[in-house]
Structures are given as structure tokens and as C-alpha cells.
Design a protein around this ligand. Structure first.
Ligand code: GUN
Ligand code: ZN
Length: 451
């Protein structure tokens, strides 16, 4: 891909809006951590961002002299590609399945759906559909659960590698409390994971996550073996679920009576620390938040899933308490989550915070879906921001995508209100262009639609 440039309004975070005191980030608007260019010129070269600055006639002339083509995105907002910190690709065929709370939903809908991934052709087909859906929604990186079948991981990474997306994924480990066809063994599951890790971690943009589903479906022996594998491979990830529903928390207390709390089960198995991503964490205690903070363990807030299953209201402001902030990303959690689009997750996160008596700002929501997500995944030096040297994963949102959006934005006063309306009214219809490593891969522009 040759050098190219994008022109248009753009945003990126230079500090954490949960923590930033008014006016502390140099060059940012007072009270925010946001960098907003009303007319930016972003140069992409060799898969990375070469430069970001204000458009000027002189800068444009210099690019023209170099022969660099410029795509002018009018009536649009260029953002870093969205980051999904928790999602299950094999559950795309069951998104929007009616009825049940978490544990019944797993039995009735999830496990039968995941059993089909013994077939590598099915896995390959779903992996492609999933990546299509993510990219069409402007998401360029995700932390992805596969199924217990190694071939499901193979299919996913192969599809991601072909598209050049930076993805984190791993084989689900599950040696108990699941149907026979979906169970591995303590050592066998971890041996399969080790082979997949050796094959895929660090290959191009792919990254491996050791993935015990959650404490109830892994024996203590399997959790410990997973912890040993993860610890033996610095730079790899660990993802699992925690404290999503009250019934699940009670079950974990029964299964692990000696553990101080849910997080202690993972801590004792060596499954907390930098690059551990825990999905949900709705029903965590202060002591558990403190351990996440101290150990560098991240949480993934999955609001569309939590409201869909009726799991509870995640306390984002407790998690992000400035005295001991926990790294926090935003997850769609498909198929319990109801949309691949992080604009929908942001809008739902606002409602969840509101029901909990808090006010999630648009800046905080967009941060969670971009730079905050990158920090949760320890990838903030590569993705999540528009800055020189970052990987060129971007999404261009069309501010005239629907008549209602166009109409409503006409009454907005300033970028914060625009962002809030985008996350309240927005979905994948807004995605005009998704760029992966500087290549246009999705969006209405890629499909030949109006640009
Ligand atoms: N807990 C354990 N497995 C799952 C899953 O697949 N989805 C959700 N939402 N929670 C889980
Ligand atoms: Zn999940």
C-alpha cells in the first residue's frame, strides 16, 4: 500500500477522561483529554500513521508534490478504529436468542451453537462473517473467544491474518460442567492451547490469549495448568469471565469454598496480572477491584450483554476510581451482546451508568472504545490513537448517515454533544470507511456507496 492521506475532522485521546483534571493534558481542550481537529490531514504510510496535523494549503501542496493521494472525508469524523475487549465469534449465529439469564442461556443456546465448531468449514464461514460484521461496525481489534475446538482457533486466526487485522484470540478451556462434546481435559486442553500459541502468537498481527471460559467450567487443575502456560509466555493474554450474574457468583462460592472471593480463584491459579482481561465484573467487591488495580488486570464492560441477559449494572465509576483505577475496555460480548457496533455499546454503557446513578460522558465512552481499550489490552503504543507511528487502523463515521442523525447534529453545540449524539443514535450505518493497516477494507465507501 502506497502512501496516502485522509482529510477531515478527527478525534483522538491524549489522556484519560476518567482521570484528567481540567486542562492538564497539553494541547487539549480544558476539562477534557480529547484532541479534536476540525480539519485534519492524516498521512498513512506502510501500514502506520506517518503524521497527523491540521490541514493547510501548504501541507496539501507538499503532499501533492510527493504524489500522495488525499481522500477528503466531508461531513465525517475520523476516529481510531474501535476496540472490542470481549467477544465470542462462534456466537454470531445465535445473537439475539430469546430468553434465560446467564447460566440457562449458556445451556440452552450457547453450548449447542458452539458444538457446531467441530466442523472446520463451519468455523471458517462464521469467522469470515464475524470479521465482516466487526469491520463493517468500525472495530479493528478485538479480544475474541473461540470454542473448545482447536480448529475454531485455526479458522479465526487464518481469517484475521488474511485481512491483516490485529486480533487477540484463544481456544476455550472447559473440562467440566459442560456437555461432553464441548469438554477437553485439564492437561489436553492446555497442550492444545500451547500448540496454538506457538503457531499464532506474534505471527503478523495475531496475538494469543489463554482462554479458560470461567471458573465453573474449569477444574482447579485446568485453571492452574492454564496459569502456568500463560506465565511461561510473557506477552500473551489471558481472558475469562468473572462475576457476571449473582447465580454464577454463588456457584463459584460452592465450587471453590476455600477461595476468599471469585477473583481469588483466578489469583491462586496465576491468572491475574498484566494482559489478563476479565469479562463483566458486575458483582465484584472493593477488594477485588483493588486486586485488579494492583495486579494490572483489566476488566471488559459489556453493557448490551448485561442488559440483554439481565445480569446487572456494571459500576464503571467504581472500577475507574481515580485512587485505584482499573484498566477498562468496552466489549460487545456477542452473542449475549446485541450488536457488533461499539457505538451501540457506548450508548448502552451510558444507560447502565445512568441507572446506577452516574453520568458517563461521551468522552469517557469514546475513550473506552479507543484508547482506553488499547490500554486495557496493553496495546496503547500501537493502536487506539491517531498519532505518528501508530498502526493505521481507523474508522470514518458519516455524520449524514441517516436523515435523523443529520437533522439532530444540526442542533449540536460542540464536539462533546456531537459525540454524545453519535453514541446515542449511531450504529454501523454510520461507518463510511474502515481502514486496517492503512487499507480501506469496509464501510459504505468500500462497498461503492456514497462517500
Ligand atoms: N460466562 C461463561 N461463558 C460465557 C459466555 O459465553 N457468554 C457470557 N456472556 N458469559 C459467559
Ligand atoms: Zn463473554
Amino acid at each position: 500500500m502506497g502512501t496516502q492521506a485522509l482529510r477531515g475532522a478527527a478525534i483522538s485521546f491524549e489522556a484519560d477522561p476518567f482521570l484528567a483534571a481540567p486542562g492538564t493534558a497539553p494541547g487539549t481542550a480544558p476539562g477534557t483529554a480529547l484532541r479534536h481537529w476540525t480539519d485534519a490531514l492524516i498521512v498513512l504510510e506502510a501500514g502506520r500513521i506517518r503524521s497527523v496535523g491540521d490541514w493547510s494549503a501548504a501541507a496539501a501542496a507538499a503532499l501533492a508534490a510527493e504524489g500522495v493521494p488525499v481522500t477528503h472525508h466531508r461531513d465525517a469524523l475520523i476516529c481510531p478504529g474501535f476496540i472490542d475487549a470481549h467477544v465470542h465469534y462462534p456466537q454470531l449465529p445465535m445473537i439475539g436468542a430469546h430468553g434465560e439469564q446467564l447460566l440457562g442461556w449458556l445451556e440452552r443456546h450457547t453450548f449447542p451453537t458452539e458444538a457446531a465448531f467441530a466442523d472446520p468449514a463451519h468455523a471458517a464461514r462464521v469467522a469470515e462473517a464475524f470479521l465482516d460484521a466487526l469491520l463493517a461496525a468500525g472495530t479493528t481489534t478485538a479480544a475474541v473467544y473461540c470454542t473448545v475446538h482447536p480448529q475454531s482457533v485455526e479458522a479465526f486466526f487464518a481469517a484475521s491474518e488474511r485481512r491483516g487485522t490485529r486480533m487477540i484470540a484463544g481456544k476455550v478451556l472447559m473440562d467440566r460442567n459442560a456437555p461432553e462434546a464441548l469438554r477437553d481435559t485439564a492437561e489436553g486442553g492446555v497442550a492444545d492451547s500451547a500448540a496454538l500459541l506457538a503457531r499464532w502468537h506474534g505471527r503478523g498481527r495475531q496475538l494469543y490469549a489463554v482462554t479458560p471460559r470461567f471458573a465453573p467450567t474449569s477444574s482447579p487443575a485446568q485453571l492452574a495448568a492454564a496459569g502456568r502456560l500463560w506465565q511461561a509466555h510473557p506477552g500473551t493474554y489471558m481472558q475469562t469471565h468473572i462475576a457476571e450474574s449473582p447465580a454464577e457468583v454463588a456457584w463459584v462460592r460452592e465450587l471453590f469454598p476455600e477461595a476468599a472471593d471469585y477473583l481469588d480463584v483466578y489469583r491462586q491459579a496465576g491468572l491475574t496480572g498484566p494482559r489478563a482481561i476479565l469479562g463483566h465484573g458486575i458483582h465484584l467487591s472493593e477488594a477485588e477491584f483493588c486486586h485488579c488495580h494492583r495486579s494490572g488486570t483489566a476488566l471488559a464492560h459489556c453493557p448490551t450483554s448485561n442488559t440483554f441477559l439481565g445480569s446487572g449494572l456494571f459500576r464503571a465509576f467504581e472500577a475507574r476510581r481515580p485512587a485505584r483505577p482499573v484498566r477498562l475496555g468496552l466489549g460487545t460480548d456477542i452473542g449475549a451482546g446485541t450488536s457488533p457496533c461499539q457505538l451501540r455499546s457506548m450508548g448502552e454503557a451510558y444507560k447502565v451508568a445512568r441507572l446506577g446513578g452516574h453520568d458517563l460522558t461521551a468522552l469517557q465512552a469514546f475513550y473506552l472504545a479507543t484508547r482506553g481499550g488499547a490500554e486495557a489490552l496493553y496495546l496503547e503504543d500501537r493502536i487506539g490513537s491517531l498519532a505518528p507511528g501508530m498502526e493505521a487502523d481507523l474508522v470514518v463515521l458519516d455524520l449524514k448517515a441517516t436523515p435523523l442523525l443529520d437533522f439532530r447534529l444540526g442542533f449540536c453545540d460542540g464536539i462533546e454533544e456531537v459525540l454524545f449524539v453519535l453514541m446515542t443514535l449511531g450504529d454501523e450505518r454510520l461507518v463510511r470507511a474502515t481502514y486496517v493497516s492503512g487499507t480501506l477494507v469496509s464501510g459504505t465507501l468500500a462497498a461503492g456507496g456514497a462517500g
